[in-house]
Design a protein around this ligand. Sequence first.
Ligand SMILES: NC(=O)c1ccc[n+]([C@@H]2O[C@H](COP(=O)([O-])OP(=O)(O)OC[C@H]3O[C@@H](n4cnc5c(N)ncnc54)[C@H](O)[C@@H]3O)[C@@H](O)[C@H]2O)c1
Length: 246
Amino acid sequence: MLITGTGGGMGRVAAMVFAREGAKVVGCDIQAEANNETVEMVRQAGGEMTGIAPINLTDPEQVQRLVEEAVAAYGGLDVVYNNAAMQRFGPMPEFSIEDWRTTITGELDIPFFVSKYAWPHLVQRGGGVIINVGSVAGMIAGETPPMVAHCAAKAGVIGLTRQLALEGAKHGIRAVTISSGPVLTPASDRDLGDNQAARDAITSKTLLKRFGQPEEIVELAAFLASDRAAYITGANYAVDGGASAW
Ligand SMILES: NC(=O)c1ccc[n+]([C@@H]2O[C@H](COP(=O)([O-])OP(=O)(O)OC[C@H]3O[C@@H](n4cnc5c(N)ncnc54)[C@H](O)[C@@H]3O)[C@@H](O)[C@H]2O)c1
């Protein structure tokens, strides 16, 4: 399987969890050192992982090479976990054209590029699963932080997934979205810094009044990638502590 963005956050945890489940994991990231750390962690825990880094997933040529290397590493590809993303936040109308393009590229181009180049390999194998990481922001507007491009891009991910499911069904390819609520990862922790008011605003929008842990997202991915989820495709799952329920 291929997981993008395994240098930290949910991608690193995904590598650990899927390797624990017996998957042969290919993980990639733009941050080579951090990705190597993940490879070490997985191997020390007894799992199987190959790291490919640094790789910039916004560059389609690099993505094409990545997919070919991933296929070669274990002789095929059955699961693609589109976890990696890069986004910017800010209020309208200060949000610049560059902020917009960076976010759309970082959140929507990446899963499309990876899915595009993985697709023929999944077809060749007789099917597989594409897991795309959306966000609660793809379903409802978000106040903290202001997130116009993030909302648009993650709604795009949900739409992308539905279409991949439609076109993939006849090939045995399932596609699903996991729409994460606020999760404490190194990235979100760093972005929020000591802004306690922002942290409180975010957790108060959840029903459970807390951030999620990466494991709480990734465990669903492990289920969705398995044959136990064989009848699930095209669907979008909120794992958001209830943030989208009200
Ligand atoms: N953390 C949250 O609160 C939250 C909420 C909703 C959705 N999400 C989504 O969950 C996913 C994982 O989020 P996270 O918080 O673990 O993120 P993160 O920033 O901690 O990790 C993302 C990883 O992707 C890598 N990456 C980013 N751009 C890349 C590129 N161009 N090429 C290669 N690698 C690149 C980063 O280096 C990083 O290691 C993302 O799709 C994110 O949008 C996160």
